[in-house]
Design a protein around this ligand. Structure first.
Ligand SMILES: [Zn+2]
Ligand SMILES: [Zn+2]
Length: 254
């Protein structure tokens, strides 16, 4: 049965490479290629999710692992796979789920209706897919998919990653306009730096929308988003003290 795992991963990587190759063609002016890029990406997500389920047990990719004729059993779908991974204790944030739903819908539209997208929208679409993939890659961890991308397609991979970076840059600009903070403030929701702005004692991330209240470090007095601080002293419930990471590590090293 080990063969199943191998096929799933190989097929997932093939789909990823196909998706990137079609993306390249789309960028070179063949707009129809974007459509196939989306379809291949969709395939890739489905296969890689199943692959991840199969790491727990190969038979779990079947709807009925107890079947007497296992080779004739249907395999699980994308939402079964997601639910299984959730039940296993993996966390999927709302954005990931939204992205996944969104592109499944797009894929269905492509398959069942006439497909028309302008270039900018198509690029945005694929940028979002990449965003989803980045999220995904960080969840998988042990599967280093980036290293499996064909070397000629690495550039396309980076273009899409740039699309992701471009979204981050946009969020940083928005944060600056709204009274942004120094670049070394990280959002606890998405781990991006410089995407937070402060208004009326609330930090808001312009990338993921995470909100966090402002709290002062009890040592240096600098204010931070609460999620970034550690509780320093909570002997008395009314007076919880928080400490920033800088002060904490300085004290630990004294
Ligand atoms: Zn964020
Ligand atoms: Zn401090």
């Amino acid at each position: 049965m080990k063969k199943v795992e191998l096929n799933l991963l190989d097929n997932a990587v093939d789909s990823l490479n196909e998706a990137l190759s079609k993306y390249q063609q789309g960028n070179d002016g063949d707009l129809k290629a974007f459509k196939f890029s989306v379809l291949h990406f969709s395939h890739f997500f489905e296969l890689i999710l199943k692959y991840y389920v199969s790491l727990s047990h190969e038979l779990l990719i079947y709807k009925n692992p107890f079947s007497k004729k296992i080779s004739k059993e249907n395999t699980i779908g994308i939402w079964d796979a997601v639910q299984f991974l959730k039940n296993e204790g993996h966390e999927f944030d709302r954005e990931f789920m939204d992205d996944l739903k969104w592109f499944k819908e797009l894929r269905n539209n492509i398959e069942h209706h006439e497909f028309s997208l302008d270039v900018d929208l198509a690029k945005k679409v694929l940028g979002r897919l990449m965003q989803t993939f980045n999220e995904f890659d960080s969840i998988l961890g042990e599967v280093d998919l980036k290293s499996k991308v064909t070397s000629e397609l690495m550039e396309q991979f980076d273009i899409l990653a740039d699309e992701y970076k471009a979204n981050v840059r946009r969020a940083v600009e928005q944060a600056k306009e709204a009274g942004g903070l120094e670049e070394d403030y990280y959002c606890s929701g998405c781990d991006q730096a410089g995407t937070l702005s402060l208004k009326n004692g609330m930090y808001i991330c312009h990338f993921c929308g995470e909100e966090s209240v402002e709290v002062d470090c009890c040592v240096c007095g600098v204010s931070f988003p609460k999620d970034e601080l550690m509780v320093w002293n909570d002997d008395s419930e009314q007076y919880v003290d928080y400490i920033c990471q800088g002060c904490e590590s300085r004290i630990q090293n004294m």
